[in-house]
Design a binder for this molecule. Structure first.
Ligand code: ZN
Ligand code: ZN
Length: 379
């Protein structure tokens, strides 16, 4: 497969400024981010392609090589591997979003040498639809291993001290020769701690840690959708020997609304309307996120027609405005009618006698002209 031109990938001119490159990439990254397109392999490809293009075009040196020699000039250095650090540049411009999406672990995460950083934890949080629409603050109660209070994390009973491990002499590692190589292996006896506990603490049985319930307050941004993650830095498992703790990822699941169906930032709502109103036109009250709103249904409205109420959808999670609310009107067929209504309907039916039932032409199904008309009215 031939590689696409990096400028084409980002959709910028060859003389585009660094700022243009950055904002073009930003747009694509938001559009194709895997968190927004779960399970969409094509979107993920676009996302990686854009990241790769950006990694090159944002680097003055790589860009000038690419300008002169194209993909060939970069060899393996500029091609395949995406440098995960480029996402750190976006911490500033993505603002809160960097946290929502957790760019860090998308490409395998950062690895540091030395004592192991604590594990990341995942917490699945179900929130009501209204909290996703309006934003909310919620308290999570979750257990985490904390240093034991009794032994202050040493694992040794109060008054006693851990002994230096005889196996490794306190190094925590055993070194041995294998051919020309010196191989270090974690000491099995002290498990790398370098110390062995003679009299274990009774509270934690020598582990040095005890599970503790914690309360965490989480801000849920308005517009969040199912599958998006909130990263709570440092709220994961504790690290080894003073290494930083991991992060806590709160994976959000938004409950379904009883009648609003969500499509991205847009909302769809089906509203049954009495047949006379569709024929004659009239005002109907439709639900929105902020209470009911009057909508004028034009005369001759077909069942299935949609009205677009601009800006009445879900708030965008990045704070960029709102989606739209699409109101689909459907003819409301009453299950029970009064004697009077029956009489009126029978008279109506007589006037329509001989009305031919035939499928509507395809063009008549196209609601666009109608749509435009309505948009003008409600814009
Ligand atoms: Zn203890
Ligand atoms: Zn040891």
């Amino acid at each position: 497969m031939s590689k696409r031109d990096y400028y084409d990938v980002l959709g910028v001119a060859r003389e585009a400024s660094a700022q243009d490159v950055k904002s073009a990439y930003r747009k694509l990254a938001l559009k194709y981010h895997p968190d927004r397109n779960p399970g969409d392999a094509a979107a993920e490809e676009h996302f990686k392609e854009a990241a790769e293009a950006y990694a090159v075009l944002a680097d003055r040196e790589k860009r000038s090589v690419y300008d002169r020699f194209g993909h060939a000039g970069l060899g393996s250095a500029g091609g395949g591997g995406v440098d995960p650090t480029i996402f750190e540049d976006f911490g500033d411009i993505l603002g809160g979003l960097g946290d929502v999406f957790g760019f860090g672990d998308l490409f395998g995460g950062r690895r540091r040498a030395g004592p192991r950083r604590g594990n990341d934890l995942r917490y699945d949080l179900e929130i009501p639809f209204d909290d996703a629409a309006g934003g909310a603050e919620t308290t999570l109660q979750l257990p985490r291993e904390e240093p034991c209070q009794t032994c202050r994390g040493t694992g040794a009973a109060p008054g006693s001290t851990p002994d230096t491990c005889a196996q490794c002499g306190g190094h925590g590692q055993l070194r041995y020769q294998q051919g020309f190589l010196t191989v270090a292996r974690t000491c099995g006896r002290c498990r790398g701690a370098g110390k062995v506990i003679g009299t274990p603490c009774e509270t934690c049985r020598g582990a040095g840690r005890t599970p503790k319930e914690r309360k965490l307050t989480v801000k849920i941004p308005a517009g969040i959708s199912t599958g998006q993650r909130l990263r709570l830095q440092g709220e994961g498992e504790l690290g080894e020997q003073g290494a930083p703790p991991g992060d806590l990822y709160v994976v959000v699941h938004v409950a379904e609304h009883s009648f609003f169906h969500r499509d991205g930032d847009d909302l769809l709502c089906v509203v049954p309307i009495p047949y006379p109103t569709l024929v004659l036109g009239g005002d109907v009250s439709v639900p929105t996120l902020n209470g009911n709103e009057e909508v004028a249904v034009p005369k001759g409205t077909q069942s299935g027609a949609r009205f677009r109420l601009k800006g009445k959808g879900m708030p965008n999670v990045t704070g960029r405005g709102h989606g739209d609310l699409l109101v689909e009107v459907q003819v409301d067929t009453p299950r029970r009618i009064s004697k009077e209504q029956r009489g009126l309907l029978e008279r109506l039916a007589e006037t329509m006698h001989g009305h031919k039932v035939e499928p509507r032409a395809r063009e008549a199904h196209d609601e666009r002209p109608f749509f435009e008309r309505v948009r003008d009215m409600f814009g």
